[in-house]
Design a protein around this ligand. Sequence first.
Ligand code: ARG
Length: 255
Amino acid sequence: MKKILALALVLALVFSMTACGSKKADKSAAAEKSTYVVATNPDFAPFEFIDEETQQPTGFDMDLIKAIAEDQGFTVEIQQMGFDAICGAVQNGVVDIGASGMSITPERQETVLFSDPYIEAGLSISVRDDDTTITSAEDLAGKVCAVQIGTTGAAKAQELFDAGILKEVKVLDKVDVVYQELKTKGADCVINDTPVTKAYISNAGGVKIVGDELVADSYGFAVAKDNTALAEKINKGLANLKANGKYDELIAKYF
Ligand code: ARG
């Protein structure tokens, strides 16, 4: 009788613990879900851009996060937003994952949690093809620079403006508009991520990279600070895709 009672007690305890645990998990932003909402700004080929046929976001980041999801047994729903809104949306739990060529920076790490880095990038200066006045960062004095809002390129340009080097920084919504501004001579240069600048050059042309890379960085997927479980899943998925060749397949497809 005593044994049965003790067993019942243990069972009740275990039950109450799991019930309590799951209740807590449900309330938390870090609750496990079968579908995660992924925010992206599809204006950043080859990482994320709108597929002309489907009119849906596609690109390296999109394929990679979908492959990670498949590997880890969840699905994703893509939500488009301005690049400057993504960190906040992740932080506030409006979306679960930011997948948008997002550079891992110490400032962003104060508000969001990044996955392991999934690719290396950096910032380059670009100018009009026929420009001979800017050949490196040394020639930026008195120049006007166009950048995309909320980006590391915008932060770098602001730094050069604050140091009294650039004359003006034009902060624009979209990368296409940034290059348009350069081509129509509303700006003398652009500071943008090197792989995206290279993709723009091979797709649209009319622009060239000058000088050395200003900074090197790497991209990560962003999740809410307390969502270590989701970050772990992403990291595991990424490691699996690197091991099974799928990651290299995507690199070959987009670069
Ligand atoms: N890597 C840069 C940053 O983190 C630019 C990213 C812009 N991404 C985009 N999808 N528009 O600030």
